[in-house]
Design a protein around this ligand. Structure first.
Ligand code: NAP
Ligand code: ZN
Length: 352
């Protein structure tokens, strides 16, 4: 069995540490990838620390990472769309059943038999899938994406989750010119939401708990920035938003944002705090407001997003780290201290 160096957590309270994992030999439909960069998503941290135990309990050891950019090293005999040397990406999904209504609609993320890149049952090797905090990965060709060659690769990696997770709901709810759009939380997802909403032509307002991020929010594309603890600033925006995208990773008051929607306005949750959030019905019925959620995006839409980023020169703003600093990066994520995505340079693991 081929082995690969990786970083894994042995339990919810253990730091990530170097290990070796099995990677399957490529089947005829597989693509073997040398991982160059892997983004650090807050979902990695939620999973490593088993914060989503009630919905998706973590199986240990856990190798997280689902914002993968790499180079193809080999392909199976039946693979048509990729060849050795190609730059490719892998996001949160590595398999699905290809036969359910969700798959038929190109929304594999909702397939009841979908396989996530990590912490999902692995039908090839048993146990669970291992993600991108590793020097290599083997993935079915249908879940391997083409990466535009004109972009900085460290900044491309986060597009595979933070990018598609914000692009998809903004597209689904047809955000564009003439609309006022709010983005709550300026982290990995939030800063991509700002870039896309701006690129789609909306008037963009960022809500942040971090006054120090104001200037960055404007540089990233926001027209206005509101510090959410300032009641007066919040009040000025009452009943004015067409759409709000909530990317916050921890418990917070969603009613404060629902009140900012105009008549028939819509708010979508992409952030996934570990505890339920109380919703006051009154913040919905006054104004016929809607509240929904959105999960990453399908493979076809992820490719569309990557192509859009290639054409429009969009990447994540990253702080590149060696994998040996991953535990410190998690602590900084918890302090909202990331500008605006950590991207692991996987050469640090290869050379370790
Ligand atoms: P992140 O980089 O840590 O950003 C989260 C941001 O939320 C922080 O930068 C901070 O922004 C704000 N925040 C943090 N704690 C807060 C609190 N207590 N109250 C109010 N605001 C707070 O995380 P991320 O990687 O963007 O992920 C965000 C969430 O989305 C996570 O829960 C993650 O699991 C989830 N996620 C969901 C999907 C999906 O498909 N739905 C996909 C990927 C990730 P400010 O400093 O600006 O306030
Ligand atoms: Zn993610």
């Amino acid at each position: 069995m081929p082995q690969a160096k990786a970083f894994s957590a042995a339990s919810a309270t253990s730091p990530l540490a170097q290990t070796a994992i099995d990677r399957r030999a490529a089947t005829p439909t597989d693509v073997q990838i040398e991982i160059l960069f892997c983004g650090v998503c807050h979902s990695d941290l939620h999973t490593v620390r088993n914060e989503w135990a009630s919905v998706m309990p973590t199986v240990y050891p856990c190798v997280p990472g689902h914002e993968i950019v790499g180079r193809v090293t080999a392909v199976g005999a039946a693979v048509k769309g990729h060849k050795a040397g190609d730059l490719v990406g892998v996001g949160c999904l590595v398999d699905s059943d290809h036969s359910c209504p969700a798959c038929a609609a190109d929304m594999e993320q909702f397939c009841p038999n979908g396989v996530f890149t990590y912490n999902s049952p692995d039908k090839h090797l048993g146990g669970v899938t291992f993600g991108g905090y590793s020097e290599s990965i083997v993935v079915d060709e249908k879940f391997v994406l083409r990466v535009p060659t004109n972009l900085d690769l460290a900044g491309v990696a986060p597009l595979l989750c933070a990018g598609i997770t914000t692009y998809s709901p903004l597209r689904h709810w047809k955000v564009g010119a003439g609309q006022k759009v709010g983005v709550v939380g300026l982290g990995g997802l939030g800063h991509m939401g700002v870039k896309f909403a701006r690129a789609f032509g909306a008037h963009v307002v960022v809500f942040t708990t971090s006054p120090g991020k104001k200037e960055d929010a404007l540089r990233l594309g926001a027209h206005e920035v509101v510090v959410s603890s300032n009641a007066e600033e919040m009040g000025k925006h009452a009943f004015s938003f067409d759409f709000i995208l909530d990317t916050v990773s921890a418990a917070h008051d969603v009613n404060a944002y629902l009140h900012l929607l105009k008549m028939n306005g819509h708010m979508t949750m992409v952030g996934a705090p570990e505890t339920p959030l109380p919703v006051s019905v009154f913040s919905l019925i006054f104004g016929r407001h809607s509240l929904s959620g959105s999960l990453i995006g399908g493979i076809k839409e992820t490719q569309e997003m990557l192509d859009f980023c290639g054409k429009n020169n969009i990447t994540a703003d990253v702080e590149v780290i060696p994998i040996q600093r991953i535990n410190e990066a998690y602590e900084r994520l918890l302090k909202s201290d990331v500008k605006y995505r950590f991207s692991i340079d996987m050469a640090s693991l290869k050379n370790a």
